[in-house]
Ligand binder design. Structure first.
Ligand SMILES: Cc1cc2nc3c(=O)[nH]c(=O)nc-3n(C[C@H](O)[C@H](O)[C@H](O)COP(=O)(O)O)c2cc1C
Length: 218
């Protein structure tokens, strides 16, 4: 056995393969599914506009022009762009709109949080995107750009961004159905969501960069 085959990543993939001639059996027992919607009932809310009236470019030109941007102009950070959040939000999980990304299950394991740094009319802070009630829930006030920047291994793109989207997963939502294999799907789910956000950003002539390198808080 090669040493990389002993590693957790390789073994995970091996152990969670489907085979046509073998039942997928595990010893995890019954897994209770958590609620489909995460809500922070105590948090102050900011309603999101449900309509947006931007004229969007052709889809093919959006695909062709998407690039990672790590420097941003202040113009792209202002209020006129904030309503575009609904445009972006339309491509986030669980919304019954045409731009809905393919969903896993549909169990919607991915939760969206925003670290708002410089957005007019939205105080700096960490927000949860409440999909059920289509609003932002403010979890904590303050500018977390330096903290997030440090957590992203010091990448300055984070500190320069007006807003950072953070995706987490309620793993058991997917594990209840897909067992250990759920982890594979959750990463695929997050990738679809991120790509939709990037395309929405491109369509609105804004800039964004995906960041996968970050530390976990102890
Ligand atoms: C999963 C993933 C993680 C990424 N992580 C980072 C990152 O941590 N920092 C960064 O500057 N770019 C990151 N990128 C952006 C890539 O560097 C970028 O997409 C790639 O260089 C191609 O350039 P383009 O997006 O302009 O086509 C990431 C991209 C993906 C898909």
């Amino acid at each position: 056995m090669k040493s990389y085959q002993k590693g957790i990543g390789y073994r995970y993939l091996l152990k969670t393969k489907y085979y046509p001639d073998r039942p997928f059996i595990d010893d995890l027992g019954r897994i209770e599914s958590p609620p489909l919607y995460k809500v922070y009932p105590e948090a102050p809310r900011i309603a999101l506009p449900k309509q947006f009236d931007f004229t969007l470019p052709e889809f093919t030109s959006i695909i062709a022009s998407r690039r990672s941007h790590r420097h941003f102009k202040p113009a792209s950070l202002l209020c006129q762009n904030w309503p575009s959040c609904s445009g972006r939000a339309k491509v986030l999980p669980r919304l019954k709109v045409t731009a809905l990304p393919p969903r896993l299950g549909p169990l919607y394991p991915v939760e969206t949080y925003l670290s708002v740094h410089r957005v007019q009319d939205v105080p700096a802070g960490i927000y949860h995107f409440n999909v059920r009630d289509f609003c932002l829930e403010r979890l904590v006030k303050g500018d977390f750009a330096p903290v997030l920047g440090a957590m992203a291994l010091g990448q300055s793109v984070i500190k320069r961004a007006a807003v950072v989207f953070i995706w987490t997963a309620v793993i058991l939502r997917s594990m209840a159905k897909y067992r250990n294999r759920a982890i594979r799907y959750i990463f695929l789910d997050a990738g679809h969501i991120c790509q939709n956000l990037l395309l929405a950003v491109t369509a609105l002539n804004l800039g964004a960069c995906p960041v996968g390198a970050f530390l976990t808080k102890k």
